[in-house]
Design a protein around this ligand. Structure first.
Ligand SMILES: [Fe+2]
Ligand SMILES: [Fe+2]
Length: 186
């Protein structure tokens, strides 16, 4: 699909705020790709598509996960928000004809990150966290500055801020988040 067709379809299935966020991630990711010498179009497409599964309700996402054989053990009941990123590569492929393995991998790990991410994967993970429409949270200005200076340090800072926040709220921290943080701390 052309980027115009992707945008047209996403604007119909996503809520306006979610669509606006996806645009924010796409343009932020494209700018980061310019800084770090990555493929600008891939970064833009991945940014547009990363939340494509959010057009479905949690119940529908659960049904899709079963259809695609995605293991739900780690997601339900505690972290249902992880379903949309696990589903993203399947929906992007089946509904938006996206075949690029680098794009599909980047949208799959956008919520928690993963150890040893490629620059494109880091760019999508970071852009999702700090695109301009995101509401202000502690540490965000530093993350936004680092996003254009040092991908590893920026990734580590996001993970640390996320873990600190979850701890302060008494919420459970997923093992993938901890694993990723430990990788980027080293
Ligand atoms: Fe997401
Ligand atoms: Fe997102």
């Amino acid at each position: 699909m052309s980027i115009n067709e992707i945008e047209e379809k996403l604007s119909q299935v996503l809520k306006p705020g979610r669509y606006r966020h996806s645009q924010g991630v796409a343009y932020t990711a494209a700018n980061m790709a310019m800084v770090f010498d990555q493929d600008i179009e891939k970064a833009f497409r991945a940014g547009m598509l990363h939340d494509c599964a959010k057009g479905y309700s949690l119940k529908e996402q659960e049904d899709f996960c079963r259809k695609y054989g995605i293991c739900l053990d780690e997601m339900l009941p505690d972290s249902p928000q992880l379903m949309h990123s696990a589903l993203a590569p399947f929906i992007a492929r089946d509904c938006y004809q996206e075949e690029d393995p680098e794009i599909l991998a980047a949208i799959e790990c956008h919520t928690t990150g993963k150890p040893g991410m490629t620059p494109l994967e880091q760019i999508i993970f970071i852009a999702d966290y700090m695109e301009p429409n995101r509401k202000m949270i502690p540490g965000l200005p530093e993350v936004r500055r680092l996003a254009f200076q040092d991908l590893d340090l920026c990734t580590r800072t996001i993970l640390k801020n996320t873990i600190d926040y979850l701890k302060s709220q008494g919420q459970k921290i997923g093992h993938k988040t901890i694993e990723t943080y430990e990788f980027y701390q080293a």
